[in-house]
Ligand binder design. Structure first.
Ligand SMILES: *[C@@H]1O[C@H](CO)[C@@H](O)[C@H](O)[C@H]1NC(C)=O
Ligand SMILES: *[C@@H]1O[C@H](CO)[C@@H](O)[C@H](O)[C@H]1NC(C)=O
Ligand SMILES: *[C@@H]1O[C@H](CO)[C@@H](O)[C@H](O)[C@H]1NC(C)=O
Length: 453
């Protein structure tokens, strides 16, 4: 639904245009020189006259004083250029019979039209009622005042027309004859171009004209259409063209303009270009923005974020025999950083496995310390803290790795050792000191020394 402002704007832009096919007011030489035909019996005279501004004009005058044959004057062939109807404008004055001496007087004249496909001038008809070649368009009657009258002639089917003025006894002057047709001018509306369009044959006619989308606009559904009314005004455009991605429309639907650098428009439509999010940029005419170096897109359309660096000062602090506090400092770089805590337990030096019993936070956390419970102090643990943010996934796809820092929590020797191969060795005969040898169970290789008294 277009807004009211939009409709007013469109009506304001559309202008009705007229093209003149014949205009005797512009003529300064005899009308007969430009193809006007005066049959032998005609009382019409081709004269120099003056209009109300005292400008010299060519006019047709006739003043038959006695009943005689009808006087004809026939226009030149008027090429109607495909128009389906034309407007005839005449300016004339008929003298009142009351002011005329003599017995014979009329106050009217007739207008006849012949539609033709050739330049062959039709013969004059025996009477204005004879319709073999001529059609009576109007019989004009008026007072003495100078009158301007418009008469519609249509529907037209030929290439052109001849117009005849038939005087049956009026003393009159025809000061100008103009023939024009209205058209809807070539126009751009709602991002579509429409060619110059002839109005229809009748006043009720509406011609549906198809258009083409302007440069950098795309069609959405049906072809764009605009309706040319008989008054030469365009009405009701279909608005089916829209500026494509990377282009935005100007206010009056004329042009699709490139989105300036630093802005983007992701889809076709009426929308405007949007500013690139923080840490991204674009070239003119862009559908999207590119993250600046070191920044990656969060999701498919999120902001560009700086990847976090590694956390600093990671420490594992035993709270008691089962709980450990992991703490660290935020990385120096990175937007909206969160942390993932990873844990592995190492029974033997080189074989580490993901922790099974330790309670770890699920997913990511944004705090910089976490207490871990359920540790087994006879095991060695390796904790890693990985820094990441919403852009890490797209960064990984681009070949970047997330930053991890590890800390090892060494096993603590249990309070009571299970040992094997325990041996006692006397240090000296005169001493109560012994040396105690044992092997830790189950690891056989560690040999510990202890001294006791
Ligand atoms: C107009 O005049 C031409 C030439 O005489 C004739 O051939 C044609 O039929 C006439 N047109 C009409 C509609 O009578
Ligand atoms: C990213 O955006 C932030 C905030 O607008 C700014 O301080 C920083 O300089 C930007 N980084 C780059 C590389 O432009
Ligand atoms: C260790 O401390 C936590 C509280 O911080 C406590 O819930 C837990 O029972 C303690 N474990 C031992 C073995 O004392």
């Amino acid at each position: 639904m277009p807004s009211w402002a939009g409709i007013c704007l469109l009506l304001g832009l559309a202008r009705a245009e007229k093209e003149y096919l014949l205009d005797t007011s512009k003529q300064t030489t005899e009308l007969s020189r430009s193809g006007w035909h005066f049959p032998d019996s005609s009382k019409w005279q081709d004269v120099t006259s003056y209009d109300e501004n005292r400008d010299m004009i060519r006019a047709l005058q006739a003043c038959p004083r006695q009943k005689s044959e009808d006087s004809w004057v026939i226009s030149p062939f008027i090429d109607t250029k495909g128009a389906r109807n034309v407007e005839l404008e005449i300016k004339y004055a008929i003298r009142s019979c009351a002011k005329m001496s003599g017995s014979f007087c009329r106050e009217k004249f007739s207008i006849l039209v012949n539609q033709s496909t050739s330049l062959d001038r039709p013969r004059i008809a025996p009477s204005t009622q004879d319709t073999t070649q001529w059609t009576l368009v109007d019989t004009v009657a008026s007072t003495e005042d100078i009158t301007v009258e418009q008469i519609n002639i249509g529907p037209l089917f030929g290439n052109g027309i001849f117009i005849a003025f038939v005087n049956t006894g009026a003393c009159m002057e025809l000061s100008h004859v103009k023939v024009s047709y209205k058209y809807c001018p070539a126009v751009v509306a709602d991002f579509a171009e429409f060619g110059r369009t002839h109005t229809g044959a009748t006043a009720a006619s509406i011609i549906n004209q198809e258009g083409v989308c302007v440069e950098n606009a795309i069609q959405n559904g049906d072809k764009p259409s605009y309706h040319c009314g008989s008054d030469g005004f365009w009405r009701l455009s279909s608005a089916s063209c829209n500026c494509k991605s990377g282009y935005q429309g100007d206010d009056d639907g004329q042009k699709c303009l490139e989105c300036p650098a630093g802005t983007y428009k992701s889809s076709p439509g009426r929308g405007q270009c949007q500013r690139c999010p923080r840490n991204s940029s674009s070239r003119p005419g862009s559908k999207d923005c590119t993250c600046e170096s070191g920044h990656f897109r969060a999701g498919s359309a999120g902001p560009c974020l700086a990847l976090p660096g590694p956390v600093e000062n990671l420490r594992a602090q035993s709270l008691n025999s089962t709980n450990v506090l992991l703490s660290w400092k935020r990385p120096r770089i990175g937007d909206e950083t969160v942390y993932r805590v990873l844990c592995s337990e190492c029974a033997e030096e080189s074989s580490c496995m993901p922790c099974i019993n330790v309670d770890l936070p699920t997913g990511t956390i944004d705090r910089t310390e976490v207490e871990l419970a359920n540790l087994d102090r006879s095991k060695e643990y390796r904790f890693e803290v990985q820094s990441e943010n919403a852009a890490s996934e797209s960064a990984l796809e681009a070949g970047y790795t997330t930053k991890k820092i590890a800390v090892t929590l060494a096993r603590t020797i249990p309070n009571r050792l299970v040992v094997k191969n325990l041996r006692l060795l006397s240090l000296a005969h005169d001493s109560a000191d012994f040396l105690l040898f044992f092997e830790e169970h189950p690891a056989a290789e560690g040999r510990k020394r202890s001294k006791s008294s």
